[in-house]
Design a binder for this molecule. Structure first.
Ligand SMILES: Nc1ncnc2c1ncn2[C@@H]1O[C@H](COP(=O)(O)OP(=O)(O)OP(=O)(O)O)[C@@H](O)[C@H]1O
Ligand SMILES: Nc1nc2c(c(=O)[nH]1)N=C(CO)CN2
Length: 353
């Protein structure tokens, strides 16, 4: 088992929640053990790109992975958390760097350890310093580097626990449990606030993110421009912004490409997840899918149909179990061409959800 030190940073969306999810994903790998986590710090962006402040932390892990295999796991976790690589040193939902891997010095294509920028970055060294003891081989070097960097204009501020996503959610859920007349300290509820916090980090992981970025476009022959591409019956789960209760159902999307530009088919379900992982409404989800498809593809037209059931209709208010609501939206050729629109509409039955 090697002792490995990782630096983590986030500056898009719910920064603390992304970091926590990344650490949980690392910890849930059977070959990785989280040994210690540093505090969270809000840090000014380093590297010249004008962008929002980061939240940074670091973890000490034990792992049986070889360095390159660990890097692969890290990349998978990053892309699972909506991370895309567009701007070098630019904004990101989560960035995980390997800073030290035991006492190894690695120079391979795609991996340099110790991380070549580590000693120039206060946002790496201050959290890492919390995790090491005096026996750590580079302890003195880290201390020296920190005292030099502190004279530069890299600002770093420990975030008080009150700002931390998990602390905020757990303490407020505890208050809600008491306010509804239950006893938050009874056996069945003792871990509930913590579970709710972890669930929110997951089901709301698009809050604060504007545009879907996790896609690639491909070229197809322009002769395909007249052909409709349809992905039907994509399941989704979301939470309504009126009651914070679930609504769920199926999204069907069709588009007619323009200029031979098409999108990977698995990216349309990912887009549906992206727009539904926030507080929303069925109409908004319909609109958001359409707007993102337009932005990404500039197609000849887009059609979106959403069929959904709403807990706020079924469990409270009018209490109509099983009611399915359909919303639709069309642009371009789907708006102009009645036949094309009807063909798509008729191909999707309002069925059981
Ligand atoms: N020690 C390391 N930890 C993580 N990635 C590394 C390391 N050394 C080299 N890399 C490589 O760096 C590449 C770019 O990483 P990334 O996309 O995170 O860049 P960046 O965030 O713009 O810069 P930085 O490396 O400073 O975080 C990765 O694909 C990875 O292969
Ligand atoms: N403060 C701060 N600045 C950065 C960070 C980061 O995590 N924190 N990551 C970068 C790319 O690795 C570039 N700049």
């Amino acid at each position: 088992m090697e002792d490995v030190y990782l630096s983590l940073g986030s500056n898009i969306g719910n920064r603390e929640a992304f970091l926590q999810q990344a650490i949980e994903a690392l910890g849930s790998d059977p070959r990785i053990m989280i040994e210690k986590q540093a505090s969270l710090y809000e840090t000014s962006p380093v590297g010249g790109v004008k962008q929002r402040a980061f939240v940074n932390t670091a973890v000490k892990i034990g792992t049986t992975y070889e360095p390159l295999a660990l890097l692969k796991v890290i990349h998978e976790i990053e892309s699972g958390l909506h991370r895309t690589r567009s701007i070098h040193w630019g904004p990101r939902t989560v960035d995980i760097d390997i800073i030290f891997f035991g006492s190894e010095h690695i120079q391979e294509p795609g991996l340099s350890v110790p991380h070549p920028e580590a000693f120039n970055r206060l946002f790496v060294l201050i959290p890492i310093q919390e995790l090491i003891d005096e026996q750590f081989p580079d302890a003195h070097k880290i201390e020296m580097a920190i005292s030099i960097l502190e004279k530069e204009d890299q600002s770093i501020k420990k975030i008080s626990p009150a700002n931390d996503f998990y602390t905020e959610i757990t303490s407020n859920v505890t208050k809600v449990l008491a306010a509804i007349g239950d006893d938050p300290s009874r056996k069945g509820l003792i871990e509930t606030p913590d579970r709710v916090a972890r669930m929110y980090a997951n089901i709301f992981d698009s809050i604060g993110l504007e545009d879907f970025q996790d896609y690639k476009l491909f070229d197809s022959p322009e002769s395909d421009d007249s052909k409709t591409v349809m992905v039907k019956g994509i399941p989704f789960y979301s939470m309504c912004e009126h009651h914070m209760m679930p609504f769920w159902g199926k999204v069907s999307v069709a588009y007619v490409p323009d200029n031979g530009k098409i999108i990977g088919l698995s990216k349309i379900p990912r887009l549906v997840d992206f727009v539904s992982h926030k507080l929303s409404l069925q109409e908004k989800i319909t609109d958001d899918v359409l707007v993102q498809m337009e932005r990404i593809l500039h197609p000849k037209g887009v059609a979106v149909i959403v069929d959904a059931r709403h807990m706020c209709i079924e469990m409270r208010g009018v209490k109509k179990t099983g009611t399915v609501t359909r919303t639709t939206k069309f642009t371009g050729i789907f708006q102009q061409n009645d036949e094309l629109r009807s063909e798509f509409l008729n191909s999707i039955q309002v069925g059981q959800i």
